[in-house]
Design a protein around this ligand. Structure first.
Ligand code: GLU
Length: 486
């Protein structure tokens, strides 16, 4: 059997962490088993769905590096892949369900339904639809229609049955049919509800495994009833646990950024985010947490997916992202950092090759201090400011030792005598300088560092000097000699 899984987002907002995790798990499952991954759009909530959200979701999937074999945009033999373009199918199958006695028209008004729910609640019973319209005769229907009522279609839930889900993550889960109540499958206007359309689509698209978030678990018995009524095979279900914030409440905006787009715009690397998402509820068993997607794909099995909720730990994401930044090609992370540098005004909107080279040098010099690319700009001021300031008392003291003028002069000479300033050249210069001065590295490096940045910590001197270039470096050394830096 070829594994066929799907991601079926409702385009009612941007792609969130939870949705992305579902998409990723499906992608991993398909790729691990050499199966197919399908993406379709569940847009039957006409009021809340938009093409803008759909585009956001698809772009976020692509940005994360998740591709699909069939579905929206790419096409395939089971299309269309947008539910609003499949209405004829749902309507036809709804008619079948009516004909076979599994569904019926319901004319109850919102007020009547609300009153029924209230009455049940008062009695301490589960609020559900009790089937008032189950046995209407043709005459009753005509009368109600004449009152201007538009019917919906309800599924007739069998009484007194146990519906069992053999969940690949949660094990056996049972539901009593009596707690469900006849539920709507077609809204008035001929639009299917999620529970109906999802079954039709999963069947039509030959989906073998439904991997989705735990919040859908309570929908699954309804869906199983529809499969049974249509005499269709039920796919294998696997419900993945919720994602909680660090305070153990359900992940929401309160816990920070929730959409993939937001992480992208903060300068997170898709490789790191995807690695992090995979670890939300799945664990390879070992200690290793930096795992490229290719490796995760090889290791991904459902028995390693946890039943307990996953906790979204931003510090862990930052840590992972920092590791990915430091392990990535410099050209690649510079490309990601560039828009932030441009927005902050440090690099021109139409950069010259020299600007780009400088951007690259800055990224290389500062990457060890950042957890995402937007933070790069926080470390850039030292390279551009004309108003150098001493950061603290320790910096002030570093410029008070008696060797300082000698160091500044000697360094100036070295800089002047070199036509180019590359890392290698500056490294050589500093080595020579220390040897020639003969009073130990610390008395050379610390005053130079403070002279050039105002700080006692930071990027390597041999990285700072090529970025500053000859003129800026000389100006800063002069400022110390002239007592202007304080
Ligand atoms: N459209 C549903 C959602 O976005 C999909 C649920 C499912 O995978 O069945 O939550």
């Amino acid at each position: 059997m070829t594994v066929r899984v799907r991601f079926a987002p409702s385009p009612t907002g941007p792609l969130h962490i939870g949705g992305a995790r579902s998409a990723l798990f499906n992608w991993l499952y398909a790729r691990h088993h050499g199966g197919q991954f399908i993406v379709r759009i569940e847009d039957t909530d006409l009021e809340r769905s938009s093409r803008e959200s759909e585009e956001n979701i698809l772009n976020s999937l692509k940005w994360l590096g998740l591709d699909w074999d069939e579905g929206i945009e790419v096409g395939g033999p089971n299309g269309p892949y947008r539910q609003t373009e499949r209405l004829a199918k749902y309507r036809e199958l709804a008619d079948t369900l009516v004909q076979t006695g599994h569904a019926y028209h319901c004319y109850c008004s919102e007020e009547e339904l609300a009153a029924e729910r209230e009455a049940l609640k008062e009695k301490g019973e589960l609020p559900r639809y009790l089937g008032r319209c189950r046995n209407l005769c043709q005459e009753d229907k005509e009368k109600l229609e004449a009152e201007g009522r538009n019917p919906v279609l309800r599924f007739k839930v069998p009484e007194n049955e146990i519906i069992t889900i053999n969940d690949d993550v949660r094990g056996q889960v049972e539901f009593e049919s009596d707690g469900i109540g006849d539920f709507v499958i077609m809204k008035s206007g001929g639009i299917p509800t999620y529970n109906f359309a999802v079954v039709v689509d999963d069947h039509d698209m030959d989906i073998t495994h439904v991997l989705r978030a735990e919040e859908h678990l309570s929908n699954t018995p309804r869906q199983i009833l529809i499969y049974n009524a249509l005499d269709w095979d039920v796919p294998i279900f696997a419900h993945v646990s919720l994602i909680l914030g660090k305070d153990r409440s359900k992940m929401s905006k309160r816990h920070g950024a929730t959409s993939i787009e937001q992480y992208k715009s903060m300068g997170y690397l898709p490789e790191a985010l995807v690695n992090f998402l995979a670890l939300l509820g799945w664990s390879p068993g070992g200690e290793e947490e930096v795992l490229p997607l290719e490796e995760i794909k090889d290791l991904f099995t459902l028995d390693k997916v946890s039943k307990s909720p996953a906790v979204f730990d931003l510090e862990k994401l930052n840590h992972l992202n920092g590791m990915y930044i430091r392990n990535s090609e410099l050209d690649y992370i510079t490309k990601l950092a560039l828009p932030f540098m441009q927005k902050a005004g440090y690099i021109s909107e139409s950069p010259t090759p020299e600007d780009l080279e400088m951007a690259k040098q800055i990224v290389d010099a500062t990457k060890k201090y950042v957890n995402n690319m937007s933070e790069i700009v926080e470390h850039m001021e030292i390279f551009f400011t004309d108003e150098m300031k001493l950061e603290n008392e320790k910096a002030r003291e570093a410029l008070q030792i008696e060797e300082v003028p000698q160091v500044m002069h000697a360094m100036k000479e070295k800089i002047f005598s070199s036509s180019k300033l590359t890392e290698e050249i500056v490294k050589g210069m500093l080595k020579e300088l220390t040897k020639e001065l003969g009073f130990g590295g610390k008395k050379v490096y610390m005053p130079l560092r403070v002279a050039l940045t105002g700080q006692t910590h930071g990027p390597e001197l041999y990285q700072i000097i090529p970025i500053l270039g000859t003129n800026r470096t000389i100006d800063r050394l002069n400022a110390v000699l002239e007592g202007k830096l304080s």
